[in-house]
Design a protein around this ligand. Structure first.
Ligand code: CO
Length: 341
């Protein structure tokens, strides 16, 4: 059977309000666990942020579910509310180290089946680079970053410097959308997650391309975007046409947008076989990796089934997407012993 490596899942460590106060007594995220220990709520200060269940913070419960789902290995990264990008850099740096150490503790008892991607204090490029390297040496398989810092997109020089550092140190990077537009017309029906999240991801990708940033980042950078790159594959034709037709679109981008597709990867969390087919046709079968967004309700509930049950993808393509690509991307050790029960 094909190895299943899920490279996009989230954790939140079981920290109470007191520990969260090391970052910020008023608004920092913490976990309120119900008396039965099975369910809980991510809180930001006094406010309920998101209802969650045990697998988010308990590696034993998580592995039981992964066994039932046939997932061999899972990479976990911070729930974006943990990023701390809005705080002063020194506090956010300490917080990131604390969260990253907690992540490795959760992985420690998993016999190599749970791995982690680190978070970094992205608001300070020097500290972000330092923590990325420290965490990578400590056992994290890469870093996860938010797709923007306030008004600054991924093509911002500060962020390009961070990406270049990761390339030079051989640290894979997962870009995750966060801090979406949530008010006004976005207020209802989880619209920020349904509409703004894919738009954020696509904005990052198109910004990296049209700014010419890929000309400044080493080609060795391993870069992946969550949620299949948002709407990117569907809208690439529009960007390409605009680049061909309008000088203001191509003024910073020396090569056609489609020529940069070999500079990044995407995950497979698109929930529709036709969308997955377009994604694999656009990116190539070597550049799509199984990613579920587990353990949240907006993630793929039967992790990997969209890929495994696809009517048109070849067996070879499925094996790459389900595990082979992630094994290479994250430079994972031999995973034969990690086989799900
Ligand atoms: Co996610």
């Amino acid at each position: 059977m094909t190895l299943r490596i899920d490279m996009h899942s989230h954790f939140f460590p079981p920290i109470g309000r007191e520990e969260a106060a090391t970052l910020d007594a008023q608004h920092a995220p913490w976990l309120r666990i119900d008396a039965d220990g099975q369910r809980g709520m991510i809180m930001t200060g006094e406010r309920a942020f998101r209802p969650v269940y045990r697998a988010l913070w308990d590696p034993v419960a998580r592995l039981e579910e992964l066994d039932a789902l046939g997932v061999d290995v899972q990479l976990m990264c911070a729930t974006p509310v943990m990023f701390g990008y809005r705080y002063d850099a020194a506090g956010a740096h300490e917080w990131a180290m604390r969260m990253n150490d907690r992540a490795l503790e959760l992985c420690a008892a998993s016999h190599g089946r749970l791995m982690a991607l680190a978070q970094v204090p992205l608001q300070d490029v020097e500290l972000a680079c330092r923590e990325a390297t420290r965490a990578h040496r400590a056992g994290h398989r890469g870093v996860q970053i938010g797709n923007h810092l306030g008004p600054r997109d991924l093509d911002d020089e500060h962020l390009v410097t961070f990406l270049a550092h990761c390339a030079n140190d051989g640290i894979p990077v997962l870009v995750h959308p966060w801090d979406m537009m949530t008010d006004g017309r976005m207020k209802k029906w989880m619209l920020p997650w349904l509409v703004a999240m894919p738009a954020e991801t696509q904005l990052s990708m198109v910004s990296l391309i049209l700014s010419g940033a890929f000309e400044r980042v080493p080609k060795s950078l391993k870069l992946c975007f969550a949620h299949g790159g948002g709407s990117f594959a569907f809208l690439l034709g529009r960007v390409q046409n605009a680049w061909e037709q309008r000088d203001i679109v191509r003024e910073d981008c020396p090569n056609p947008p489609v020529s940069y597709l070999d500079r990044f990867y995407v995950d497979s969390a698109v929930f529709d076989p036709r969308a997955l087919k377009l994604l694999v046709d656009t990116m190539g079968e070597d550049r799509v990796m199984l990613g579920s967004d587990y353990p949240f309700p907006l993630g793929e509930q039967k992790i990997g089934d969209l890929v495994a049950n696809h009517a048109e993808l070849s067996a070879a393509a499925k094996a790459k997407i389900l595990g082979g690509n992630a094994q290479r991307f994250f430079d994972l050790p031999d995973l034969a012993s990690a086989r799900a029960a």
